[in-house]
Design a protein around this ligand. Structure first.
Ligand SMILES: NC(=O)c1ccc[n+]([C@@H]2O[C@H](COP(=O)([O-])OP(=O)(O)OC[C@H]3O[C@@H](n4cnc5c(N)ncnc54)[C@H](O)[C@@H]3O)[C@@H](O)[C@H]2O)c1
Length: 263
């Protein structure tokens, strides 16, 4: 974790910060001086991330929030703002991954509620508070799946939610730009987090193909997504709003389809 002061005296709210990309974003923001609220359903994971941040001299608190509960999403925003006397950064990142026990209709509802509606509810609730901060930034984690390309292993619900984040981001940029609030989205390719594969499981064929086709020839790291989130959340990106940036090793723009030996 690099230590700096790009986010000194700022408060950040990161949903899904107990694991993976969200944890890396929380750690990165804290290392840059932000007071970070991690909102997640995983209490133990969140507590571990907070301990790790505090161990490095950073400031973080955990709040149990299920982002499928809209009232709790809105309350979360005000709780984060109450922490540090305002809110500067909202990172929408959490998305439920419902088990196979759900019906297809339930899966659709849960994924759209967590992966799109919660992003909207948090952003619109936060916008007036972000505006008062003078450095308001919304960074939403989408995906190349749905937002850039159709992918077999990404469900319709996942794809629709992720594509929706881009439309939401552009609307937020327009609606709140004059208030000094910027809104941008990040579209990761395959990032090595617990969401898609446990470290000791066999690599699925799609993942091997991805590595073969991506110009950089590897998966991304949560810390690499966090570095982009930091850039977009900080004053380094002060004239960037309404954008979506892919962080995918070049997969969606320059893939090596010519050299793959398909079986
Ligand atoms: N890992 C990838 O390859 C990849 C690629 C593209 C996009 N993404 C996106 O990045 C984001 C983070 O994914 P990740 O890979 O870090 O996953 P992860 O499973 O490592 O972390 C997700 C976190 O979200 C939390 N969460 C799940 N449902 C929640 C709910 N209802 N309320 C609150 N918290 C909840 C989990 O407890 C967990 O801590 C997601 O939006 C995902 O779609 C991931």
């Amino acid at each position: 974790m690099s230590a700096g002061s790009k986010l000194g005296n700022r408060t950040a709210l990161v949903t899904g910060g107990s694991s993976g990309i969200g944890a890396a974003v929380a750690e990165c923001f804290a290392a840059e001086g932000a007071l970070v609220m991690i909102a997640d359903i995983d209490d133990a994971g969140g507590a571990a991330v907070v301990r790790g941040i505090e161990g490095k001299g950073g400031r973080a608190v955990f709040r149990h929030v299920d982002v499928t509960v809209r009232a709790d999403v809105r309350a979360m925003v005000h709780a984060a703002a109450a922490l540090g006397g305002g809110l500067n950064i909202l990172c929408n990142n959490a998305m439920s991954n419902p088990s196979d026990h759900y019906t297809v209709d339930e899966r659709w509802d849960v994924m759209l509620e967590s992966g799109l509606t919660a992003y909207w509810a948090a952003a619109t609730e936060a916008a007036p508070i972000l505006a008062r901060s003078g450095h308001g930034a919304i960074v939403s984690i989408a995906s190349i799946a749905g937002a850039r390309i159709g992918i077999d292993f990404a469900s319709e619900a996942y794809s629709a939610a992720k594509a929706g984040i881009l439309g939401l981001t552009r609307k937020l940029a327009k609606k709140y730009g004059r208030d000094g609030v910027r809104a941008n989205a990040i579209c990761p390719g395959i990032i090595e987090t617990p969401r898609w594969r446990s470290p000791d499981s066999v690599e699925p064929q799609f993942a091997r193909r991805y590595r073969q086709m991506a110009p950089l020839g590897r998966f991304g790291l949560p810390s690499e997504v966090a570095a982009l989130a930091l850039f977009l959340a900080s004053d380094d990106a002060s004239y960037i709003t309404g954008q979506d940036l892919a962080i995918d090793g070049g997969f969606t723009t320059a893939y090596h389809f010519e050299s793959i030996a398909f079986d």
